[in-house]
Design a protein around this ligand. Structure first.
Ligand code: HAM
Length: 427
């Protein structure tokens, strides 16, 4: 094979695409029920946008960004996530002045140059949302609830929601200083992985969610949950928990959840699924109260989440798809050149009536065409040969009962529609 899809990217073929469509449209319905409007932002942005928002010392910016210099010597990046672009759009379109409270949802591809493995792609997809303009804990609880609702509506169960509070800017600084002090001792440093050694200087909070088992053990032993939250953040966390309890949303608190994006303040959450193996996060989110201001806007509370669509698909599995690939209503089998011309017109008029219909043009035997109809799971086969043309009729075969009827051309659409309705193939 001369050309292959790039490592960490994949094609979505029609069978799997049917499941993607289903997941996307179910998600859209849930977002609409919750009063969210869709936002679509460009896939390319200024690299600086992500450096300023996601953070200079994060893996995403440091190691994983697909960035390049364009012909105009501009630094451009393929978006590694959606939140930064949405806040840029919020500010650029003056929404912060005209309609500062926004509930927005999005779906689409994101890009991170990570080492590909099962569930980890370089082009992956997210379904996410942001509530901009509220600092209230009810908004955080709405995000967690909404993420769970989308997963449930897509037929995904067995996930676990883990919740933490990182505190406000000052609390985060306190926590970072404490971690720095604890883990910069040379004795400890020797026991940590290279990433953690770097993190202990540049971004100590990320020490808490290192995935290397030996680091996890050391870090958990040395760093017990300390009370670093200010009263306001403590009250906020309690309030989020209370709201989630009111709605009966199951979750666990976990002091080691930090997430890999610097913009988070206060609430962070992660949703994991046991079927996903080492890349177990099916979604994640949190509050980011400083981001709008850091990007040049007024002080604005905001929170959101993103679900990994590829991982949702992995959990759902294609075999027991929400709906199987849309089956075909009709396969038109043409026998001979003259019949092919007639069938071409018949297929077209069936489609004009909204009937899902295909035919092939290869003049194959009836047996071969019936085999295709079977593979495509056609409900009916319409057979047209010279004989039928002479008699001005067609043969309609019900693929389940194997019964065949002769139907005049001028009754074909009505009879087909009727048969499909009776079979439950059409509304
Ligand atoms: P994130 O935790 O970086 O958050 O990504 C969210 C989800 O995207 C992950 O839980 C995972 O399911 C999926 N994901 C991330 N990277 C990959 C990958 N390489 N391959 C496959 N799936 C992946 C964010 O992106 C934040 N913008 C979420 C957010 C929105 N926070 C507030 N608002």
């Amino acid at each position: 094979m001369k050309y292959k899809a790039l490592r960490g990217t994949k094609d979505i073929l029609p069978k799997e695409a049917a499941l993607w469509q289903e997941i996307e449209s179910v998600s859209r319905i849930i977002f609409r029920i919750f009063g969210y409007g869709e936002i679509r932002t460009p896939i390319i942005e200024e690299t600086q946008l992500f450096i300023k928002s996601v953070g200079e010392d994060t893996d995403i910016v440091n190691k994983e960004m697909f960035s390049f210099t364009d012909r105009g010597e501009r630094d451009i990046a393929l978006r590694p996530e959606g939140t930064a672009s949405i806040i840029r759009a919020y500010l650029e379109s003056n929404l912060y002045k005209t309609a500062p409270f926004q509930r927005l949802y999005y779906m689409g591809p994101m890009f991170r140059a990570e080492r590909p493995q099962a569930g980890r792609l370089r082009q992956f997809h997210q379904i996410g949302c942001e509530i901009i303009g509220s600092s209230n804990a009810a908004a955080d609880a709405e995000c967690v609830t909404l993420a769970a609702r989308v997963l449930n509506a897509c037929g995904i169960s067995g996930y676990e929601i883990k919740l933490n509070n990182l505190g406000c800017r000052e609390d985060k600084r306190k926590l970072s200083d404490l971690l720095k002090k604890t883990f910069q001792e040379s004795g400890v440093q020797k026991q940590l992985c290279a990433d953690c050694v770097r993190r202990s200087r540049a971004n100590p909070m990320r020490l808490l969610d290192c995935k290397v088992e030996s680091c996890r053990l050391i870090i958990r032993e040395r760093f017990k949950k300390v009370d670093f939250l200010c009263d306001d953040c403590k009250a906020h966390f309690d309030s989020v928990i209370e709201y989630l309890n009111m709605l009966g949303i199951a979750f666990k608190t976990d002091p080691y959840i930090v997430r890999g994006l610097d913009y988070y303040t206060k609430t962070v959450f992660e949703i994991t699924h046991p079927d996903l193996g080492s890349q177990s996060a099916i979604g994640a989110g949190g509050r980011y109260d400083d981001l709008v201001e850091n990007m040049g806007g007024p002080s604005t509370g905001a929170c959101g989440f993103a679900l990994g669509t590829d991982r949702m698909i992995m959990v759902r599995g294609c075999a027991d798809a929400l709906t199987k690939e849309k089956a075909l209503d009709v396969f038109v089998a043409a026998l001979g050149d003259k019949a092919l011309e007639k069938s071409f017109v018949v297929a077209s008029s069936l489609r004009d009536s909204g009937i899902i219909c295909v035919m092939d043009y290869e003049n194959r035997s009836l047996k071969a065409q019936m085999r295709s109809a079977d593979t495509l799971r056609a409900a009916l086969v319409i057979i047209i040969g010279d004989d039928e043309i002479t008699k001005n009729e067609v043969v309609i075969r019900d693929m389940d009962t194997k019964q065949q009827n002769n139907v005049p051309f001028d009754k074909l659409i009505a009879v087909t529609e009727d048969m499909l309705r009776q079979k439950g193939a059409r509304q």
